[in-house]
Design a protein around this ligand. Structure first.
Ligand code: ADP
Ligand code: ADP
Ligand code: MG
Length: 654
């Protein structure tokens, strides 16, 4: 066995590989970009080397620099993880040439499976069923259109060099073919530098069923059963499970044979995945599935296979790369229970699944029976715009699919992320969806149900806004009397329970907050206090995280960020700077009296308001004469120090 490994990757997969390597006694060598200097996978490693700036192109994708570090550090092998250089045949070759083992298949197999058209031709020769279609050389538009017609609509145009769901167009009718073709070619050129496409039959009620294969350098190939990855959005996996619901032993054997045949056809060793598309309209059948592509690496969703088989696939990868024989034969492998994985992303499903970045003010990932978490970030860390915004993979195992789903659902309820927005609520809704629960799976389920899944438009959780505003007001008040304690208190532990504060009876004020950029005034009075008690003691579970000057209210897998608005920041532009006409609160305090109204003419030095702080009244005087404008607070309001109470415009200036 190797004594050291360099991991040419980052994030959760780098950490996941490192853990197994450490357990096996290998020295763990990390490489990282400037943006990842403090990432958990870097801290965990025995040694770490900076390889460049944040953009992957200048760090994680620079093969020469990584090899240089590997040689210098004396790495005996390189694990590429997934993404980045994992399917780069030149890199695999360069490793071997440098005398460093590449933890992956032979470069020839990566190459053979690298282009979808060539891969289809190749496995077809090994009698593996492929999706009916055209995957030849000719790229002439009229010719491809004719082929599409022969195949029969709907068809799918696919970039031969495609990956990650990019470069694919479903075409419903002959009339739309040309336009779809050219837009697909454009995308393929941009994303992969290769405009070539293939055209294939669009399988109806498609289910994505893939088989985990494993080969060694002694000619043995086995499979670790299948995974169903039909829960997709834009051809990207959202939830994956193993085994595939509705798979009979006979059909499983057919899938397994096709997959291992395909792997053998390219002299495969190491971990790989054969992706099939199955026609789900009549259930999974031995004559109803087709080869789509092979991923010649470890897959994101490999943990579900590990959980149902009890094998550590990274350990097997390292053993196979070191020349060991596979420790099992096919008939020694069996399935135990059911496992489901959800990809927790920093994104906003309610705004078109836009990635969401920023500091993770709070991060609590679930634990419990049958729960496994693969994550690469920690509380206080950051989700940057440079890489895939996945926060964690939450994987649940149970004796049955039902139990596994229940565990995953409960785990999502326990998940707490403050800072970036996440898809927690969306994942929960998907797991609760009756069709998903009933295992009526197909790749269109999500897209068809965006409405029921609650992601068509942003929503504001009004109760969370109230809770957040009240909590903020309370925090402000406490800070007024004991700033030191409050600050350190919050910093040491940003956690707070919503029932941990109470309104002071008989006081009334207004707190001005911003919610998603919208400014609101929330009245804090006795009824607010009652409202809050009702909310926090009611059936809903609110969690509060105070950080970055805001209150993050977490409920139902959604985050509502409530921020106090410094009235100084409001309306200033309108008045083009204050020119000495701004009347500010001299301290944190309550506006107990306001003697003027808008439009009124005041003289310089005239008393316009009274602020109460520490039980003392402080008169506020007009800094100059003019017209009163833009009153920002009502009597009773709590104001921060320096908050703008009103503006005095020069007489006649308006
Ligand atoms: P899978 O079926 O395992 O999800 P994908 O091809 O979609 O396979 O990609 C695997 C993972 O690798 C994804 O999470 C994706 O974000 C990441 N990935 C893919 N290509 C790259 C790349 N060029 N650079 C960095 N990460 C990548
Ligand atoms: P990528 O390299 O981007 O992963 P794939 O060929 O694996 O590309 O296809 C990605 C997804 O597109 C599949 O998981 C499936 O949901 C859908 N898909 C691919 N081919 C077909 C097809 N012929 N019919 C229906 N859906 C398909
Ligand atoms: Mg694929």
């Amino acid at each position: 066995m190797f004594r050291s490994v360099l991991i040419a990757n980052r994030g959760e997969i780098a950490l996941r590989v490192a853990r197994t390597a450490r357990r096996m006694g290998l020295r763990v060598i990390a490489v990282h970009s400037e943006a990842d200097a403090k990432a958990p996978f870097v801290t965990f490693a025995d040694e770490a080397h900076l390889i460049g700036p944040a953009p992957a192109r200048e760090s994680y994708l620079v093969a020469e620099r990584i090899l240089e570090v590997a040689k210098r550090a004396g790495a005996e092998c390189i694990h590429p993880g997934y993404g980045f250089l994992s399917e780069n045949a030149e890199f695999a070759e360069a490793c071997e040439k440098a005398g460093i083992a590449f933890v992956g298949p032979p470069a020839s197999a990566i190459r053979a499976m690298g282009l979808k058209d060539a891969a289809k031709s190749l496995v077809e020769k090994a009698s593996v069923p492929v999706v009916p279609g055209y995957h030849g050389e000719k790229q002439d538009a009229a010719f491809l259109k004719e082929k599409a017609y022969q195949i029969g609509y709907p068809v799918l145009i696919k970039a031969v060099a495609g990956g990650g769901g990019k470069g694919m167009r479903k075409v419903e009718k002959h009339l739309d073919f040309e336009e779809a073709l050219s837009s697909c070619q454009r995308e393929a050129t941009n994303a992969f530098g290769d405009p070539r496409v293939l055209v294939e039959k669009y399988i109806t009620a498609p289910r994505h069923v893939e088989v985990q294969v494993f080969g060694d350098k002694h000619g043995n190939v086995v499979h670790f059963f299948e995974r169903d990855c039909s829960m997709q959005r834009r051809h990207q996996k959202v939830i994956e499970e193993a085994p595939a619901p509705g798979m009979s032993p006979e059909v499983r054997a057919a899938f397994g044979k096709a997959a291992t045949d395909a792997a053998r056809a390219v002299g495969y060793y190491g971990a790989g995945t054969i992706e099939f598309i199955a026609d789900g309209s009549k259930g999974l059948r031995a004559d109803g599935f087709y080869f789509m592509e092979m991923n010649t690496r470890l897959q994101v969703e490999h943990p579900v296979s590990e959980m149902i088989t009890g094998f550590d696939l990274v350990e097997l990868q390292l053993r196979v790369a070191a020349g060991e024989k596979l420790p099992v034969t096919q008939d020694q492998l069996s399935i135990r229970g059911h496992a489901v994985e959800a990809r927790l992303y920093a994104e906003e499903p309610e705004r078109g699944f836009l990635p969401s970045t920023g500091k993770l003010h709070a991060l609590r990932l679930p634990s419990g029976e049958g729960i496994r978490i693969d994550s690469g970030v920690i509380e206080g860390g950051e989700v940057t715009p440079f890489y895939d915004p996945m926060i964690a993979k939450i994987i649940a195992h149970g004796p049955t699919r039902e139990v596994a789903l229940d565990r995953l659902r409960a785990a999502l309820d326990e998940t707490i992320v403050a800072g970036p927005k996440t898809n927690t609520r969306f994942l929960g809704a998907l797991i609760d969806h009756p069709d998903f629960r009933a295992a009526k799976l197909d790749t269109g389920l999500i897209e068809r149900n965006l409405d029921t899944l609650g992601v068509l438009a942003p929503v504001t959780d009004e109760e969370a806004v109230t809770v957040g505003a009240l909590a903020l007001a309370d925090a402000e008040k406490e800070r007024l009397f004991d700033a030191g304690t409050m600050r350190s208190g919050w910093a040491a532990d940003p956690w707070s329970q919503a029932d941990g504060f109470a309104m002071h009876p008989g006081r009334e004020s207004i707190i001005r907050v911003s919610v998603e950029g919208e400014v609101r005034d929330i009245r804090l009075d006795a009824s607010a206090s009652g409202r809050l008690a009702g909310l926090t003691q009611g059936s809903r579970d609110f969690r509060l995280v105070r950080a970055d000057g805001a209150m993050f209210v977490l409920a139902n897998g959604m985050q509502t960020e409530v921020r106090t608005v410094d009235p100084l920041d409001v309306d200033l532009g309108e008045h083009g700077g204050d020119g000495g006409g701004t009347v500010k609160s001299p301290m944190h305090g309550k506006l107990v009296a306001l003697f003027v109204s808008e439009g009124e003419i005041v003289e310089k030095g005239q008393r316009v308001a009274i602020v109460e702080a520490m039980k003392m009244e402080h008169p506020v005087l007009a800094p100059r004469g003019g017209t009163v404008e833009a009153i920002a607070f009502e009597p009773g309001a709590q104001m921060g120090q320096g908050a703008r109470i009103l503006t005095i415009a020069e007489e006649g200036a308006k």
